[in-house]
Design a protein around this ligand. Sequence first.
Ligand code: SIN
Length: 309
Amino acid sequence: MADISASFAGLSLRKCIYNASGARSMTPEELAALGNSEAGAILTKSCTLLPREGNPEPRYQDLEWGSLNSMGLPNLGYEKYIELSPELKKYGKPVFASVSGLSLEDNMKIIEAMNASEFDAVELNLSCPNIPGKPQVGYDFEDTEKYLEEISAICRKPLGLKLPPYFDFAHFEQMAGIIKKFRVRFLSCINAIGNALVIDSEKEIVIIKPKGGFGGLGGRYIKPAALANVRKFHELLPDIPIIGVGGIFTGRDVFEFVLAGATAVQLGTVLMQEGTSCFGRVARELEEIMDKKGYPSLERFRGKLKVIE
Ligand code: SIN
């Protein structure tokens, strides 16, 4: 049977597939279910300084090819996740904290506290599109650099970044140039495509309440953009492991992300729609493809996507 383990940021995952932050990862019960599942790691919902209710409902809708959400960072507050961290470690897999403070100061305070927690690593979310009045930090290159200067100076856990999708080569290059200056241990690409609009034409109305119906688009709609971001950052930053996220529903999808350069992958919309059984199913589908193709491990085809000469 093919080996689908992964290592990055000094951590070993028995399977390279785990949850995306936000998908069924907010409550102690949801985190325990991830612990008991075949997910290779546990990643929390992005936490803020204080607990948050999030945006008004309806704020998540499944769609034929994915999902639209404007959750608004509902979470239990960073202190609760730190309190849960020793419990989560008992599942014997790496445990990641997603951090999405509403300001640099909030992030600094949370990261300081994370240093003394049982979390193995931190995924700093620079890309939540759903907080009214708060632009996505990852689209502001100056701000991103300032965040990284301050945060990388105090973070004693391996630090990763959850990036928004970029669509222009100049932006990939600018962001890669900034990331290179700091000790970033992994990149999770991509967050939802922000501020998408889906319309119910029958009722002539938007489908989610916050922000006049604008929300983060996830699922199959965004897989080509996610693959492009994984590919480009892998090319520009070959020494930084890239975690692929966006539209992964099957083992074939994982195979494509690894070909593009991903070290591991996260499941978001499929986890929302199918529940934690998706981890085992997708893992088995990936193993089957690798066995058929004769690849014993992910290293054998990672980043080896061919181009047409
Ligand atoms: C949300 O809670 O609004 C989603 C978080 C994110 O997309 O980063």
